[in-house]
Write a protein that binds this ligand. Structure first.
Ligand SMILES: Nc1nc2c(ncn2[C@@H]2O[C@H](COP(=O)(O)OP(=O)(O)OP(=O)(O)O)[C@@H](O)[C@H]2O)c(=O)[nH]1
Ligand SMILES: [Zn+2]
Length: 197
């Protein structure tokens, strides 16, 4: 077992050193001096930050929802205002906002914190907002087999605020609707009104 652990540790160290090396190269290419005092530790900091903001690659989001309980509650459950930070895959610039998840269980409920962990596992990668939204809904369906799932994601994209078209404050809202929420406008309306409060 120690062999596997050593192998993993070596791989992590090797990856980190590679990232540090390339960040130092990028610093030169943008006209900076990676040897100046303020920047000496920057490549190492960026490498550590990447491990954190891209930690989702180490997690199978299906496993995160692993803790489920059998329960007869077959009414709407909502966890709203789950804050996320992700990186857009087009520019590697941050986007962030809130996720709201509602589902109607059919016998299996998830630990509430596991929904927030699911959001972390899916957002801590290079992403587009639409895929975050549909992946959350699809994994909820796969693992919990609920009567329905509805996911709304709000996002502010720095690639749209700080550069390019420069529209600070603009928000992107995406939704994914599965199961009973598709056929039943009253369920959709209930979810939407409850996440607004
Ligand atoms: N659909 C979608 N688009 C995104 C997301 N994040 C960033 N984008 C968009 O990806 C697009 C990439 O367009 P390109 O024309 O290839 O890139 P660009 O020249 O940098 O475009 P501008 O941002 O318009 O300056 C832009 O329109 C971004 O707004 C996302 O989560 N979903
Ligand atoms: Zn972008």
């Amino acid at each position: 077992m120690a062999g596997v652990k050593d192998y993993v540790n070596n791989k992590v160290r090797e990856n980190r050193e590679q990232v540090e090396h390339h960040i130092a190269e990028i610093l030169k290419l943008i006209g900076e001096d990676p040897q100046r005092e303020g920047l000496l530790e920057t490549p190492a900091r960026v490498a550590r930050m990447y491990e954190e903001i891209f930690a989702g690659y180490e997690v199978d989001p299906r496993d995160v929802l692993g803790v489920t309980f059998d329960e007869n509650h077959e009414e709407l459950v909502i966890v709203k205002d789950i804050v996320y930070y992700s990186q857009c895959e087009h520019h590697m610039a941050p986007f962030f906002g809130k996720v709201h998840i509602g589902y109607i269980p059919s016998g299996k409920i998830a630990g509430l914190s596991k929904l927030a962990r699911l959001v972390e596992a899916i957002t801590r990668r290079l992403q587009v907002q639409e895929r975050i939204t549909s992946q959350i809904a699809d994994i909820m369906v796969e693992v919990l087999q609920p009567h329905g799932v509805m996911v709304v994601v709000e996002g502010e994209h720095l690639c749209m605020c700080a550069r390019g078209v420069k529209k600070p404050g603009s928000k992107t809202v995406t939704s994914a609707v599965r199961g009973i929420f598709r056929e039943d406008p009253a369920s959709r309306a209930e979810f939407l009104s409850l996440i607004k409060e």
